[in-house]
Design a protein around this ligand. Structure first.
Ligand code: NAD
Length: 422
């Protein structure tokens, strides 16, 4: 086999050597092949050197990168500090001289009603301190005031004493909706009893006027309709709502005991159902339930027949009423609510029409101790405070639906559906 190969090669050389052209071609071919091989060897050597170079410099390159990252982090910190120094744009507040400007404590000021009250007091030029444990309240509700020279936010549980100097106290701290106040009935009772004692004690010590946020729930499931402040109520003391209803009743009793014994200046607002932006999405109350269900295209749930009535006031009306009561010299309880009464069925229909969509209205079993009728008699508020609600239901509901739409968008970025607690 080898002999044959060698013989062929020799034959080929002999043939080539007989023709000059073929010799030249053959030599060119050999030179090209050699050049190709040399070139290839040179490039592998070059690449090896580059790789070697990179490997040698790797530790110092890594350090350079780390240094650059540290410098970027440092610059980011500086930007944050500078940003925080840029004056924040706050809503315009009135200027009050030191004689008219009051220092006002709002307990529960990060909650639904409290935050709207804070807005009103701030816009009127007062100094406002909010004390809240954020059980149901949110910083977001008052974030537009954070950093303002007239505003202070304290993370404080009013079951513990609070020592500050103030001229007025709006005492609103308490969970207000059934799922929230039933979550921890003992804590609800402590907030409304021990918490109220602490606030009354503070009012006594600093000689402040204190307004207690009581509730229409003190009337329980009323046998009198509409409910005037003279009605003593019909409350089940051991029912599921008792922690709230009785807690508020004791809060009122404590308030008038401090008047009797300590001559504290008091105001008591019996607040009826209130709705509006910043109310809790999942508070289990009829407004939020119906709006959420309608916005999500699920059926609106009515507990029981739907013939039970409620009257709903828009939050700005309530806040005007609270301020008017504080500034009055009226010390007995005052109902603050909207006397326009609707059945729950009517209410579901109005919301369904406002939101649109294909939700139906369905009925489920009634809830224990659910009051059948609720309508305030507001003669006292009209007479002594010159107050009555102004915002009509459709206008208020439109604003509330808008708010819930925005909230739902936020929630949907996290989950697909907001569960409406049934
Ligand atoms: N919204 C209504 O329809 C309604 C009706 C009747 C009475 N009220 C009364 O009005 C007040 C405000 O109600 P809301 O609807 O704004 O409720 P909300 O739950 O939105 O606000 C209550 C606020 O109190 C705070 N809070 C609760 N326990 C506290 C504690 N131990 N220490 C400090 N802060 C505490 C919560 O974090 C929250 O910010 C409550 O006292 C409620 O009983 C409200």
């Amino acid at each position: 086999m080898l002999d044959t190969g060698w013989f062929c090669f020799v034959e080929m050389v002999q043939i080539v050597s007989r023709s000059n052209t073929l010799v030249i071609l053959f030599v060119s071919f050999v030179i090209c092949a050699l050049l190709y091989l040399i070139n290839k060897a040179f490039w592998s050597l070059q690449n090896y050197n580059n790789y070697d170079y990179v490997m040698q410099r790797a530790p110092s390159l890594k350090k350079d990168l780390e240094d650059a990252e540290a410098r970027v982090a440092h610059l980011e910190q500086k930007v944050t500090v500078l940003e925080s120094q840029i004056p924040k744009k706050y809503p315009d507040v009135k200027f009050l001289n030191y004689k008219r400007k009051k220092k006002i404590l709002v307990t529960g000021g990060a909650g639904f009603v409290g935050s709207h009250l804070v807005d009103k007091l701030m816009l009127n030029g007062h100094e406002v301190v909010v004390a809240d444990n954020f059980f149901t309240g949110r910083k977001q509700n008052v974030e537009h005031w954070i950093g303002h020279q007239n505003f202070e936010l304290l993370h404080h549980d009013i079951v513990n004493p609070l020592y500050i100097e103030v001229d007025q106290i709006y005492h609103l701290a308490s969970p207000a909706s059934p799922p929230h106040y039933m979550e921890n009935p003992v804590k609800t009772l402590k907030t409304n009893t021990i918490g109220t004692i602490n606030m009354l004690g503070l009012a006594k010590r600093v000689n402040a006027t204190i307004l207690i946020a009581s509730t229409s729930e003190v009337y329980g499931d009323p046998e009198v309709h509409p409910q005037s402040e003279m009605y003593w109520g019909h409350v089940n003391p051991i029912g599921p709502r008792a922690c709230y209803d009785e807690g508020k009743r004791v809060a009122e009793t404590l308030t008038y005991s401090y008047v009797k014994m300590e001559h504290v200046q008091v105001r008591v607002a019996r607040i009826f159902n209130t709705y509006g932006p910043r109310m809790h999405m999942n508070d289990g109350r009829v407004v939020s339930n119906f709006i959420l269900q309608a916005l999500q295209g699920i059926d609106l749930t009515i507990y029981g027949s739907g013939g039970q009535t409620r009257s709903f006031q828009y939050v700005s009306d309530l806040v005007d009423g609270l301020a008017a009561l504080m500034e009055s010299n009226y010390t007995l309880p005052v109902n603050l609510g909207n006397p326009t009464e609707h059945t729950i069925e009517e209410f579901a229909t109005i919301i369904k029409q406002l939101v649109g969509g294909n939700s139906k209205i369905m009925h489920v079993a009634a809830v224990e101790d659910d009051p059948q009728k609720r309508k305030p008699d507001i003669t006292r508020a009209k007479q002594y405070l010159n107050w009555e609600p102004k915002v009509n239901l459709t206008k208020g509901l439109k604003k509330t639906v808008e708010y819930f739409k925005q909230e739902l968008k936020l929630f949907k970025s996290d989950t697909n559906k907001v569960d409406v607690e049934l």
